[in-house]
Design a protein around this ligand. Structure first.
Ligand code: IPM
Ligand code: MN
Length: 349
């Protein structure tokens, strides 16, 4: 029995988690596990109504769950930053979800903007550090609003934080991947403090993982190679901001935001799973958004909870629906409504 907190959030979040839960519930019966879900009303509407973003009591309650299933955060009537920093990043930081795991996998039949590349070329995962770097909020203003204004924003990299993220990536590469190649993505030619630490830690840990090939690429070069030679990559590990940027690029080469899912993970503790594409407010309530990202996030959640068989079967069902049913993965162009896509996955399962 798993206790799952459901946070639909904003915009199309509700439509997406509805389909994600539909598939999880179908998996429940089939694979013999049980889920108990509790809904939490957090997001832009609550903030506009009550001024609350993430009440302390809710945060404490969330710690009691096995996992959190998140829809999307971001509301057009709320100033940018309030919900992103106050809710999404707070959850990541307060729950110490130090890894953001983002698979980049092209399913058969899905079109990629990369010419001459197919499913055999695009299959890697990004392990993004999720609690430090430029996201830590270090810095500030001096003489704000004057012509002499200074704004400083510093990247925080601790040996502890870097090492636990690297270890996760090494472990993941060893336990879950065939090719066993781990690429550190950094900027050692310019960020000579932060990525010096990353690079030293990477090579110091390496000998503990003898079966894993170590590789390094600068973030600008990796952006080029993800387009030109995505088949080079197996597992990429990187800091918070670089991970944010390259995983949007990754989402595009795997067929778009309609299918891109991620997990905010602290092994052994409550972790949070989400579509990475945001709340897409313009599509709210129309039944056109692609729920596959939420369904894939559900599969990642099951994998995290140890239901690996069920997770694999959901992923296979999604792959089948992509290749045999959907015209496109883009909102409004799938040839089916949001709930019909959920039904198709259940049927395939
Ligand atoms: C993501 C998002 C968030 C991030 C935003 C909404 C704060 O872009 O999950 O990738 O920058 O991490
Ligand atoms: Mn992002």
């Amino acid at each position: 029995m798993y206790k799952i907190a459901v946070l639909p959030g904003d915009g199309t979040g509700l439509e997406m988690v509805t389909e994600g839960l539909k598939v999880l519930q179908a998996a429940e019966e089939k694979f013999g596990f049980k889920m108990e879900t509790v809904n939490y009303d957090l997001g832009g509407d609550r903030y506009l109504r009550t001024g609350e973003v993430l009440p302390e009591s809710v945060l404490e309650e969330l710690k009691q769950f096995d996992a959190i299933f998140l829809g999307a955060i971001g509301h057009p009537d709320v100033k940018p930053g309030i919900l992103e920093k106050g809710l999404l990043l707070q959850l990541r930081f307060q729950l110490d979800l130090y890894v953001n795991l983002r698979p980049v996998k092209l399913f058969p039949g899905v079109s990629t903007p990369l010419k001459d590349k197919g499913p055999e070329d695009i299959d890697f995962v990004v392990v993004r550090e999720n609690t430090e770097g430029l996201y830590a909020g270090a810095g500030g203003f001096l003489r704000k609003g004057t012509p002499q204004e200074v704004a400083v924003q510093e990247s925080v990299n601790t040996r502890f934080g870097v090492e636990r993220c690297l270890r996760y990536a090494f472990d993941y590469c060893r336990d879950k991947r065939q090719r066993k190649k781990l690429t550190l993505c950094g900027k050692t030619n310019v960020l000579t403090y932060a990525f010096d630490l990353w690079e030293r830690a990477f090579h110091e840990l390496g000998p503990e993982y003898p079966g894993i090939e170590r590789d390094y690429a600068h973030v600008d070069a990796i952006s080029m190679w993800m387009v030109k030679n995505p088949e080079w990559f197996d597992v990429i590990v990187t800091d918070n901001l670089f991970g944010d940027i390259i995983t949007d690029l990754g989402a595009m080469i795997q067929g778009g935001m309609g299918i891109a899912a991620g997990g905010n993970i602290h092994p052994g503790q409550v972790s949070m799973f989400e579509p990475i594409g945001g709340s897409a407010p313009k599509y709210t309530g129309q039944g056109v958004i692609n729920p596959l990202a939420s369904i894939c996030a559900g599969a990642m959640m099951l994998d995290h909870l140890g239901e690996t068989g069920a997770a694999e079967r959901i992923e296979k069902a999604v792959a089948g629906v992509c290749s045999s049913k959907l015209k496109s993965l883009n909102a409004g162009q799938m040839g089916y409504s949001t709930s019909e896509v959920g039904d198709l996955v259940v049927e395939a399962l």
